[in-house]
Write a new protein. Structure first.
Length: 271
């Protein structure tokens, strides 16, 4: 654009110079623009490279710190083994190991030994550590023994409960001929048999008492008709279902009361 502007300024006075400026300004502008873009690209690449290098340095520092912390942890947990490695690798005799003794140049060598190796060497060199390990083993053995004893006692308790339940059941069966008749002793006896039975309503023959029936007699008749779903009485499905529910409640209540009475008497007699 500058070349073209200069060219147009001399187009009337120096046409040849104007033509050169106009034509030459185009490639010159492209060249200058390319140089500027290349410079910017190099600057961006340099910034990205610096970011990657910084991230790598931070990762290296974090990794180095992590390794050192691991070695410090091992030295605290296995002090005798760590002192032995100091003497073996660097000829340094230490009476105690602190975090300041774990320098960066020693980290990799100390980490070349696995924790299992640290543990084995600590057991060889430290009587206190051996005693600690033995105490832990003894505590674990006692814990297992206590667990087995508790399981044995629980098994024995369940066995005794099952045995007592079996004995009670046998006693109930033995006392059944005595306790069961006692539970139904208040029930009615049929006029033609000694068999006990239970009824819920006093029933009067409808054809005989219908003209002089009381309200309770009518209620009884309706309950029986509804329960039987007597087709001659035009019983609805609702009336039939309602009668069934009422009778079922009566039977269940009587059954529950009889079972409770039987259970109480049976346990009393088994004692």
């Amino acid at each position: 654009m500058v070349g073209m502007f200069v060219g147009f300024m001399f187009v009337n006075t120096v046409p040849i110079l104007a033509f050169i400026c106009i034509i030459g300004g185009i490639p010159l502008g492209r060249y200058i623009g390319g140089q500027i873009e290349e410079s910017r690209e190099q600057e961006r690449a340099a910034i990205e490279r610096q970011k990657r290098e910084k991230a790598h340095r931070e990762w290296e520092e974090a990794r180095k710190k992590e390794k050192r912390e691991k070695v410090v942890s091992l030295s605290i947990k296995y002090p005798e083994a760590t002192k032995d490695y100091f003497k073996t690798h660097w000829g340094i005799t230490k009476y105690s190991i602190s975090a300041y003794d774990i320098t960066d140049d020693k980290v990799e060598m100390l980490l070349s030994h696995s924790e299992y190796e640290y543990q084995r060497k600590e057991e060889q060199l430290s009587a206190a550590y051996r005693a600690k390990i033995e105490a832990q083993k003894e505590a674990e053995r006692r814990r297992q023994e206590a667990k087995r004893e508790a399981e044995r006692r629980e098994t024995e308790r369940k066995r005794r409960e099952e045995e007592l339940a079996r004995q009670r059941k046998e006693a109930e069966i033995r006392n059944l001929p005595t306790t069961l008749p006692a539970c139904v002793s208040s029930w009615s006896t049929h006029s033609f048999s000694s068999l006990k039975h239970k009824y819920y309503y006093d029933y009067y023959t409808y054809s005989v008492y219908k003209d002089n029936a009381s309200s309770s007699m009518w209620n009884t008749w309706r309950t029986v008709w509804h329960f039987k779903n007597d087709p001659s009485k035009n019983v609805s499905s609702y009336e039939h279902s309602n009668a069934l529910r009422n009778v079922i409640v009566l039977v269940e209540d009587l059954k529950s009361a009889t079972i409770i009475q039987y259970t109480i008497k049976g346990r009393f007699m088994s004692r």
